[in-house]
Write a protein that binds this ligand. Structure first.
Ligand SMILES: Cc1cc2nc3c(=O)[nH]c(=O)nc-3n(C[C@H](O)[C@H](O)[C@H](O)COP(=O)(O)OP(=O)(O)OC[C@H]3O[C@@H](n4cnc5c(N)ncnc54)[C@H](O)[C@@H]3O)c2cc1C
Length: 423
């Protein structure tokens, strides 16, 4: 029997290793083949963590699932079966010593993603996995009980089982260009529209860009339109030359879409609650009432905000900061307060996929068995990794999802081949 894994990223490599190990242990003569379009597998893995590879997050499955947006609980069974502790034990046993940082991020002690990829390749080869590189799959059909896999070069391969592990469509230079969506769709799967996630976003209008490089330790972001209207988050914010970024935006970009209107609160309450324009106005009034003889800008500089930001707010609202604070009337205070706690922006994600760390959207989870990663629609088909509608926060969550789903798909496909489970 032959199992073909399409895609040699972390999910595909773990799937192939897991399936091959089961078959080898059972002395079952299965061929496990990884088809990788690049000259070598694992290009995105090599880029992960800026080449240092934050390979997981040292947390319990219950804690982990909170970091994959609304779809996190789908992962619970596979995270329970293949949790970070197990992944860490494996890499340690494979002679890749790890370090766990205070924030829970786990890296190889060498801080080299190459070491993670190298050991995975060694393990796969030792387990008997066959690699066919420069083999881009362009179509996948199922005829009777056999999959026919067509390669770009023209060859056709037959397989009894297939695991699609082609990744998402972000960072396409690494080989993940969304092919898996087309393959799964052609077999009847629903694709939740993919878009960039773990990315900063563009804010084409307005003058905020002159604050490029300025960061806010705690800011708030409210979604004013679109599917997630009314949701808000807080965290560190960075202004970029073209828009907004920083953990606040990056970790919540999965909820954002081009054309959405958002409001930025640059001065939330210390506990993270958003400050309303009315609350901000009354805070400004209080400051001014107590120090009316000072220049307005001197008074505003007492707020826990960067000086450059205060200059921008004054300029953007057309208020002369050199005037005495007492001379500033309600008519001018209201726009100042709104700019500080409710600056509205229309955002765009155009071009963000090129540099986004992950893709939100993908093969609909309702069509995948959450214990085995088996397609609910096509017998013998499994899915693993980012090709599915799963995306995690920064911090090792995405690679952990790739390991766990890859491992589960490999186990289930092997068990099906061995006849232990119906395929
Ligand atoms: C710059 C960057 C840094 C990151 N850092 C981290 C980090 O530190 N920690 C973390 O948890 N996550 C990180 N991520 C995210 C993480 O790397 C991905 O979520 C993870 O690699 C997904 O694994 P995957 O196997 O599903 O897909 P991929 O890694 O994308 O692998 C898919 C593979 O399939 C191949 N392929 C695609 N189409 C075909 C086809 N038609 N035929 C054959 N082969 C095909 C591709 O060439 C690729 O090798 C980072 C991402 C980026 C872009």
């Amino acid at each position: 029997m032959r199992l073909v894994v399409i895609g040699g990223g972390p999910a595909g490599l773990f799937a192939a290793l897991s399936a091959s190990t089961v078959c080898k242990k059972a002395s079952f003569p299965a061929v496990v083949t990884v088809l990788e379009r690049n000259a070598r597998p694992g290009q995105k893995l090599l880029a992960s963590g800026s080449g240092q590879c934050n390979l997981t997050q040292n947390a319990s499955p219950e804690e982990l699932v909170k970091h994959y947006g609304d779809n996190g609980r789908f992962l619970l069974p596979v995270l329970n079966a293949c949790p970070p502790s197990r992944v860490m034990d494996w890499f340690t046993a494979w002679n890749v010593p790890l370090i766990v940082r205070e924030d829970g991020k786990v890296f190889p002690r060498s801080l080299r993603a190459q070491d993670v990829l190298r050991v995975l390749m060694e393990r796969c080869i030792e387990a008997g996995v066959e690699f066919k590189n420069e083999s881009r799959v362009v179509s996948l059909n199922r005829e009777l009980k056999t999959f026919l896999i067509n390669l770009e070069q023209g060859a056709t391969l037959a397989a009894d089982m297939v695991i699609i592990a082609t990744g998402g469509s972000s960072y396409p230079t690494t080989g993940s260009t969304g092919d898996g969506y087309l393959l799964a769709k052609a077999l009847g799967h629903t694709i939740v529209p993919p878009h960039a996630a773990l990315t900063g976003v563009i804010a084409p209008q307005g003058t905020l860009g002159i604050l490029s490089g300025i960061s806010f330790a705690l800011a708030g972001l409210t979604l004013l339109s679109g599917a997630g209207k009314g949701r808000y988050w807080n965290g560190p914010l960075l202004i970029t030359h073209s828009g907004i970024s920083g953990p606040l935006v990056i970790n919540n970009s999965r909820y954002l879409a081009s054309g959405d209107e958002v409001a930025l609160c640059f001065l939330p309450h210390e506990d993270g609650r958003l400050r309303t324009p009315a609350e901000m106005e009354s805070l400004l009034k209080q400051l001014i009432d107590n120090q009316g003889s000072l220049q307005l800008q001197t008074v505003l500089h007492q707020l826990a905000l960067p000086k450059a930001f205060i200059s921008w707010v004054l300029q953007d609202c057309g208020v002369d900061g050199g005037r005495k604070a007492a001379e500033i009337g309600k008519k001018q205070l209201a726009p100042l307060a709104r700019a500080i706690v409710a600056t509205k922006l229309t955002i765009s994600l155009k071009g963000c996929l090129e540099k986004a760390m992950v893709t939100a959207g993908g093969v609909a989870l309702s069509e995948i068995n959450r214990k085995t990663m088996r397609s609910q629609l096509v017998e013998g088909l499994y899915l693993a990794g980012e090709v599915m509608d799963i995306d995690g926060d920064t911090g090792g969550y995405n690679l952990q999802a790739a390991w766990s789903t890859g491992w589960a798909a490999g186990q289930a496909a092997a068990a099906a081949m061995l006849g232990a489970l119906p395929s």
